[in-house]
Design a binder for this molecule. Sequence first.
Ligand SMILES: [Zn+2]
Length: 154
Amino acid sequence: MKSIIIPLGGWAAGERTFRFHADSEFFQAFDNTEILNADVEVEVRVVKEGAKAEAELHLRGTVTVPCDRCLEPLQVPVEEDPSEEFSTELVKEDWDLSQAVYDYICLSLPMQRVHPEGECNPDTVRFLGQDGRGNEEAAPSSPFAALKGLFESK
Ligand SMILES: [Zn+2]
């Protein structure tokens, strides 16, 4: 699914619900390389009345981004019901809501994207040196421990 397009032509005034699925391809179309994968159900409620159409978005699912600490994939839930109403006066044309959906999914992502405590990949964290606190786990293979072992064996 590359775009979220609502066909407004060909139906009378009233209310309709359209469903889409925003996947990784959808984000690739925006040149977004930060989102590794996505599985978001997009529900668009459209009300067409006279010379105007309004849409209401509901976004549910998950996106996968790299963890800030270990860079391994991290799944982030998406649950957005933007209060903003989108409207158009081009009621006989296709209405492209891709940008709005994209913006809202990106906005819903938390500022800090890290795995819950203890679920990061310890190898990558050690490699990146981003494990600020403790180091009990990493201690045996730290450079100092290795050096110590070297001296002791001589
Ligand atoms: Zn992590």
